[in-house]
Design a protein around this ligand. Structure first.
Ligand code: GLV
Ligand code: MG
Length: 303
């Protein structure tokens, strides 16, 4: 949820999103930064966030604001902060700075050391080139986020339509960036999250962009407006059909590899051959489906 006005902060609390982030960066004007910190601390302490992950995006480390953002928010609302999001990360050292600063504050005010996680936004060419080292920089790191708007500006991409395909280019101009982030995230067991789609009334446009990163394996996408939430939840969850299929593969494979099922390695499920690799793929889809609250509509029956 961008911005940190009291009204917006109140509105975000009841929405069916998995996480909410309160912004001190680009949605807050330079002259409003100090007031925004206070609003964020109050909203974290007084709001009912209903089990959502509560993140705060601080300003990036090329500004004069970052250290005060971190100190004021974590000293003021530490037990109610789950993650600090660092934008425009350029190297592993910046993540290490945040890790050490969080540790100092946690020790100083008596918070559990290491509980607060870090989310890193990759938003420029330097950050992308360094993404492997960034992903390995701290055990606090939980998530790598693609920041398409800043990224497009950073590489001089000739488009103002964030995340959308560019008619003059025959492929997906974001494919390399998304894959690069995804590889770093998966290597270090982190979540990979796609960034914002700014045309908030164009839900079909949002869906089209989201489908591309979801197809690659991204775990989710930012929403800037309540109108985008339903589409996001739908796109990043597997379809009912794929979910049922994944559960069937898991059951069938468990059965056929067992003593009773004949201790077989590769077997047929309908017209499809399944083996250990199928089980691994099915585990991914089944886990996403279960996490999204899907329930099975079919059962496996041994032939
Ligand atoms: C998000 O921060 C973006 O720049 O896209
Ligand atoms: Mg940005």
């Amino acid at each position: 949820m961008p911005g940190s006005s009291v009204k917006m902060l109140g509105k975000a609390q009841g929405l069916p999103a998995d996480q909410v982030f309160l912004d001190l960066e680009d949605a807050v004007a330079p002259l409003a930064k100090a007031e925004a910190r206070k609003n964020v601390v109050a909203a974290l302490n007084e709001g009912d966030w209903g089990g959502k992950v509560r993140a705060v995006r601080v300003n990036d480390l090329t500004t004069e604001w970052t250290y005060r953002d971190v100190v004021e928010v974590v000293e003021g609302a530490g037990p109610n902060v789950d993650c600090v999001m660092l934008p425009k990360v350029q190297n592993a050292g910046q993540i290490q700075w945040l890790d050490i600063t969080l540790t100092q504050i946690e020790k100083a005010v008596g918070l559990e050391v290491g509980r607060i996680g870090i989310e890193a936004q990759i938003e420029n060419a330097v950050g992308l080139v360094e993404v492997d080292a960034i992903a390995a920089a701290s055990p606090r790191l939980e998530t790598i986020i693609f920041g398409p708007a800043d990224f497009m500006a950073s590489i001089n991409m000739r488009s103002l339509s964030v995340g959308a395909l560019i008619p003059d280019y025959p492929g997906d101009p974001y494919h390399y960036i998304l894959m690069r982030i995804l590889m770093a995230a998966r290597t270090h067991d982190l979540q990979a999250i796609d960034g914002p789609f700014l045309q908030i009334r164009d839900v079909d446009g949002f869906r089209a962009v989201a489908k591309r990163s979801a197809a690659l394996g991204f775990d989710g996408k930012w929403v800037l407006h309540p109108g985008q939430i339903e589409a996001a939840n739908e796109v990043y969850a597997p379809s009912q059909e794929d979910y049922d299929h994944a559960e069937l593969i898991l059951d069938a494979y468990a059965h056929y590899t067992s003593e009773a099922g004949g201790r077989r390695g590769a077997v047929m499920l309908g017209d499809e051959m399944i083996d250990e690799a199928s089980r691994k793929m099915a585990l991914v889809i089944a886990a996403k489906g279960r996490a999204a609250g899907l329930t099975r509509t079919s059962r496996f029956e041994a032939q």
